[in-house]
Design a protein around this ligand. Structure first.
Ligand SMILES: Nc1nc2c(ncn2[C@@H]2O[C@H](COP(=O)(O)OP(=O)(O)O)[C@@H](O)[C@H]2O)c(=O)[nH]1
Ligand SMILES: [Mg+2]
Ligand SMILES: [Zn+2]
Length: 219
């Protein structure tokens, strides 16, 4: 019985996710569900992206259990932003996103980022209507993470390995992360970046323009 209930919750969520997706498609906005454990650098990546992906109009929905710190950080860079406080829930779901869409100028955006609640587990289970999921792993979290949290690596289109500036201070085996992540998801695109120094960010923003179809001036 418990399994049945959980399935129904996911089915209901997927229906609302489809509604969201229709709205995103109508507006012509490319939507990325950004996921990671707490502190891996999601907001830092958004800050870097906003500063460097000039020419892309980017909006952000911030999901946190409490507080508005992340929304304030993003707002300082001039992006339209809405903060969702889940009040305890450990992931965003499609309905939470649906409820804030009126406050987001979808028609004027190229890309909408949805920063999920920091958690390597259930955010990967709940569709919100995104075009793709992207996850971050900071190398300081350890190289055992892909095999311990496989679903997130399987569901993501890209993996941003952040904090490579810290590599000399850790015993991380980056090759193992790559190997294990690719064994779970052979099509996974992997970026090695430092949001602290800016290393690797250009490769990431270049790819963003490509996948979102916004890299070239519209005729
Ligand atoms: N050394 C280092 N610290 C980073 C890097 N990226 C983010 N941080 C720090 O990690 C902490 C968490 O970053 P934040 O972007 O808030 O993570 P989030 O919880 O995933 O949104 C902050 O203190 C950041 O300054 C990085 O590339 N290198
Ligand atoms: Mg954050
Ligand atoms: Zn959850």
């Amino acid at each position: 019985m418990k399994v049945k209930v959980a399935t129904k919750i996911l089915e209901a969520n997927d229906r609302i996710a489809l509604d969201n997706r229709r709205l995103f498609d109508q507006a012509g906005v490319f939507v990325i569900n950004l996921m990671s454990g707490p502190g891996a650098g999601k907001t830092s990546l958004l800050e870097r992206t906003l500063a460097q992906a000039t020419g892309l109009k980017i909006g952000v929905i911030e999901g946190d259990i409490a507080g508005t710190d992340d929304a304030e950080r993003v707002e300082r860079l001039g992006a339209p932003v809405v903060q969702i406080n889940t009040g305890g829930a450990c992931h965003l779901d499609a309905n939470m996103i649906f409820e804030v869409l009126d406050d987001m100028p979808l028609n004027s955006l190229d890309i909408l980022f949805i920063e999920n609640v920091g958690n390597l587990v259930c955010p990967a289970e709940f569709r919100v209507g995104e075009d793709m999921k992207v996850m971050l792993l900071s190398i300081a979290e350890g190289h055992d993470k892909p095999l311990k949290y496989p679903l997130m690596f399987q569901e993501s289109s890209a993996l941003v390995l952040n904090k490579i500036d810290l590599a000399p201070y850790t015993d991380v085996d980056m090759e193992k992360i790559r190997r294990d992540a690719l064994s779970l998801n052979p099509g996974l695109k992997i970026f090695e970046v430092s949001c602290r120094t800016g290393e690797g960010i250009e490769g990431w923003t270049g790819w963003l323009k490509e996948v979102s179809g916004k890299g070239f001036p519209q005729p």
